[in-house]
Design a protein around this ligand. Structure first.
Ligand code: SAM
Ligand code: SF4
Length: 323
């Protein structure tokens, strides 16, 4: 469906859990407030919500977190969502630490793509950023996905302009390496974002002949560039220095069932109370979810306000929102 500004809303990011096995400095360095399990949506509740939203035109689903692979229902959920009428792609965003041991079921689940978060290949620096993570596991995750024939992307929060170590993944395999500008959400507020335009300048300096890649890489806001001799592309998600709100197509579902319509505002609607209303049948729940989500989408804000941090009303951490 279209929102109040005529944008087609067809993509949802679903956070399965706020919990994570890493502690990234810009996300949740001290962990998260643990909420009782019963407050978190169950697999069947999430599937019902997706079924209802698919009837509104949502066709691309990203499973995220926290770390989605720490939740055992991840496997079943991917399969269920892939089977829902109208859903065209289901993809996963993960830090990759648990991925190698789950690669077989991930492949079997029919996942359409996996994004692995990896900001650096330097073991010491990776451990500093992630609160003690072992970079070799994240690197193994990239190789395992590629070997399994799963479309693989690397997501790096932009921390520096020289990223040749990450771009090396794109050289011989069709792995896109995407740079995400730091956003002033939660702990991200403590960092000065590195400008993605500087990263591109550096890539063009090191790789003359780098040029825009206009082929479609997915339903997201990344802008891509092809590097001569490389199989994968460099992608840029530049929320700060390349605002893309005019073409925003997304909504977000938190692990507690709140449907968020914009990353930086605490706006949206609570779908958990509908999905748990004991007086309703599943068909009625679907209808009420469509109604509530449709109204929220119509009021989706025009744009984020990262340039006016005082106006940001979102108080949750990125781990709760799902990135
Ligand atoms: N744990 C998974 C992972 O790391 O991929 C999924 C959840 S994580 C919140 C999703 C994405 O958000 C990651 O790529 C992470 O780097 C990014 N992220 C977290 N905090 C951010 C911030 N303040 N600004 C920009 N991106 C951020
Ligand atoms: Fe965990 Fe992902 Fe947040 Fe890092 S960015 S702490 S891996 S949820």
């Amino acid at each position: 469906m279209k929102d109040g500004f005529g944008r087609e809303i067809n993509y949802i990011r679903i956070s399965l859990t706020d919990r994570c096995n890493l502690r990234c400095v810009y996300c949740m360095p001290d962990g998260v407030r643990l909420v009782p399990r019963e407050e978190i949506l169950r697999e069947d509740e999430i599937a019902l919500i997706v079924r209802a939203l698919a009837q509104l035109g949502i066709c691309h689903v990203k499973i995220t977190g926290g770390e989605p692979l720490v939740r055992s229902c991840c496997r079943g959920l991917i399969r269920q969502i892939r089977g829902i009428d109208g859903i065209q792609t289901v993809t996963l965003t993960t830090n990759g630490i648990l991925l190698p041991e789950r690669i077989d079921w991930l492949k079997e689940s029919g996942i359409d793509g996996v994004n692995i978060s990896l900001d650096t290949t330097d073991p010491k620096r990776y451990a500093q950023i992630t609160g003690g993570g072992d970079v070799s596991k994240a690197i193994d995750a990239v190789h395992a996905c590629v070997k399994a024939g799963i479309r693989t992307k690397i997501n790096a929060v932009t921390m520096r302009t020289d990223n040749e170590d990450l771009l090396a993944f794109a050289k011989d395999e069709p792995v896109d390496v995407r740079f995400i500008e730091m956003m002033p959400i939660g702990y991200g507020k403590q960092f000065r974002p590195v400008d993605n335009r500087k990263v591109l300048e550096e890539i063009m300096r090191v790789h003359p002949g780098t040029e825009p890649d206009l082929s479609l890489h997915g339903p997201g806001p990344a802008v891509y560039y092809r590097i001569p001799g490389y199989q994968g592309s460099a992608g840029f998600i530049s929320a700060i220095h390349g605002k893309f709100c005019g073409s925003c197509n997304r909504i977000r579902l938190t692990s507690m069932g709140f449907l968020k319509t914009c990353l930086c505002y605490d706006e949206g609607t609570d779908l958990r109370e509908i999905v748990r209303d004991p007086k309703l049948s599943d068909a009625d729940r679907c209808g009420k979810i469509r109604e509530a989500a449709g109204a929220a989408i119509l009021h989706k804000p025009a744009a984020h306000c990262f340039d006016e941090p005082g106006e940001i009303t979102e108080r949750h951490l990125m781990a709760s929102i799902g990135g």
